[in-house]
Design a binder for this molecule. Structure first.
Ligand SMILES: Nc1ncnc2c1ncn2[C@@H]1O[C@H](COP(=O)(O)OP(=O)(O)OP(=O)(O)O)[C@@H](O)[C@H]1O
Ligand SMILES: [Mg+2]
Ligand SMILES: [Mg+2]
Length: 497
């Protein structure tokens, strides 16, 4: 068994972790019964934290920067991490910087980074089984922290996948002496597993829009309510310009909590800083990141004071950030791969415009590789993608070829272990139900396009490489971070990014 002392490799850890995924049938049943996340998830996280030997106050040592939002969370977190690491190298603090993000592109361990690098397989496995063993060994005893004895959690129980990783990240960062930890929320904020940190050094809410409708609600004000749940009394809070309905809810929630929420206009100090891509949304993310990094450093480095110009560390941090799978171009001899993990209507529109901009002056055939397995509304993404690409192109050109595939990585061996996903209906994946639906829809949207459905990411890539034609093929891979991660793994033969 994966938890036995004799076999405790990274692969064992991932197998054990995958056993904590909520199976498709359970997700479906909950959906039908209308069961949504509630306060019990945070209570549960506190119990597990106590069972592995920590009090919530221990997390204050991590100097947490907490970020929620519909889009731009990960990018903002990556900017903050990059700035703090550079600052820490030339100043007294922070000594080591942790970054917790989701989802992963190629390997689960990418979600927990220290000083920019994913934790090694060895460290991941060791800490993973520390947590596992502590949870297995826990039994009610006198003198327990009150949190530990949650009646709904029998001894030896474990949190579900995303919560386990969050718990693990705290253990890793505390053991490794991390002095600043940047945390991306998983889903929402109020009831998210990351929301047990009581005294973050700064909180940020990035652009709000529609996603995770089942868990969070179907309007932007309901969604904003959840995201606003990360704000804490005594912690500086920041956001960027939002649609009015979202802005109102954020301000109301801030007022209720007694938090002064700063709404940031694009930071004028970013003029001349080469932010990539050079797009308004990324300037918003960078603006938020600068404010968060400044607030964090005020708390962590007694010598730091923000100035009228951005320090060199900030500029370098912003310009040299690495955040893979977002607006990324990989050139091969015959194909330019444009890779972006957008998976909401708004972000797909950004991705489409970015792609057309990158293709300017390149006459080669344009190809779309797309998948989105989990979101039932994904079929509606296609119309916006199709129209945006045509509208953004001066000649009104769309995609000549469209390839829909599943998120299965390889044609022969199936999923890489880090991508095993029990949350989808296996029948749908095998029969490519979702992808066939996409193909039917595209045939209506753009009858001139050549549309195919293939069973794996590898076959999708092969298909694109076979397309010859005049000029280099311009391919856009988008719709899902799992798709994008699988594709990057194949294109680079990498284990982790
Ligand atoms: N502020 C923004 N507004 C709209 N779209 C954005 C914004 N920031 C990034 N995007 C788009 O969303 C994609 C994902 O960005 P990022 O990883 O930062 O988001 P995220 O909030 O972490 O999303 P998720 O965790 O749901 O994948 C980017 O590739 C880009 O196309
Ligand atoms: Mg998301
Ligand atoms: Mg993310």
């Amino acid at each position: 068994m994966a938890s036995s002392a004799s076999a405790r490799t990274y692969a064992d850890a991932i197998d054990a972790l995958n056993s904590l995924q909520t199976p498709f049938a359970v997700i479906e049943a909950r959906r039908k019964a209308g069961i949504r996340p509630d306060a019990s998830s945070v209570r549960e996280m506190r119990a597990y934290l106590a069972r592995i030997g920590y009090a919530p106050a221990d997390l204050d040592r991590l100097g947490v920067v907490h970020v929620a939002g519909t889009k731009g969370k990960g990018s903002t977190c990556a900017f903050v991490d990059s700035i703090l690491r550079r600052h820490g190298k030339s100043h007294a603090a922070p000594r080591r910087v942790g970054l917790f993000t989701s989802p992963h592109l190629i390997a689960v361990r990418e979600r927990i980074r220290i000083d920019g690098a994913p934790v090694s397989e060895e460290l991941f496995a060791r800490y993973f089984f520390d947590v596992w063993d502590r949870l297995e060994a826990w039994s009610p005893a006198e003198g327990d922290a009150a949190d530990a004895a949650d009646a709904d959690l029998p001894p030896a129980s474990k949190p579900i996948y995303a919560r386990y990783l969050t718990l693990l990240s705290y253990h890793v960062f505390l053991c490794e002496g991390v002095g600043a930890a940047v945390y991306e929320t998983g889903i929402g904020g109020e009831f998210d597993a990351t929301n047990i940190v009581e005294r973050p050094v700064a909180c940020g809410i990035s652009s709000l829009g529609i996603d995770h409708v089942f868990a969070l609600g179907d309007t932007v004000d309901k969604i904003a309510w959840h995201k606003a749940g990360i704000m804490k009394v005594g912690s500086p809070a920041f956001t960027v310009e939002q649609v009015p309905a979202a802005a109102r809810v954020l301000q109301d929630r801030a007022a209720e909590k007694g938090v002064a929420l700063a709404v940031l206009d694009p930071d004028p100090r970013l003029a001349g800083v080469r932010i990539r891509p050079d797009a308004a949304f990324q300037k918003k993310n960078a603006t938020l990141a600068v404010a968060l990094a400044e607030a964090a450093l005020r708390a962590l480095d007694p010598d730091f004071t923000p100035g009228a110009r951005l320090p060199r560390d900030f500029v370098d941090g912003l310009e040299q950030v690495v955040w893979r799978g977002r607006c990324e171009v990989k050139e091969e001899d015959a194909v330019a791969w444009h890779v972006d993990g957008a998976h909401t209507v708004d972000s797909l529109r950004m991705a489409a415009r970015w792609f057309v901009g990158e293709c300017a002056g390149r006459p080669g055939p344009r190809v779309l590789v797309f998948n989105q397995q989990g979101r039932s509304e994904a079929v509606d993404f296609l119309a916006s993608l199709c129209h945006t690409v045509k509208a953004a192109d001066p000649a009104g050109r769309g995609f000549q070829h469209v390839v829909f595939c599943t998120n299965v990585t390889y044609a022969k061996t199936g999923y890489k272990r880090d991508f095993v996903n029990h949350q989808y209906d296996p029948k749908d994946v095998a029969q490519m139900t979702v992808q066939r639906g996409f193909a039917d829809k595209w045939a209506v949207l753009d009858p001139a396009a050549d549309v195919v459905v293939v069973p794996s990411i590898e076959e999708a890539i092969d298909r694109v490489r076979e397309l010859g034609g005049e000029g280099k093929v311009q391919a856009l891979i988008t719709g899902s971070l799992h798709l994008v991660g699988g594709a990057l793994g194949i294109l680079e033969g990498a284990d982790a990014l």
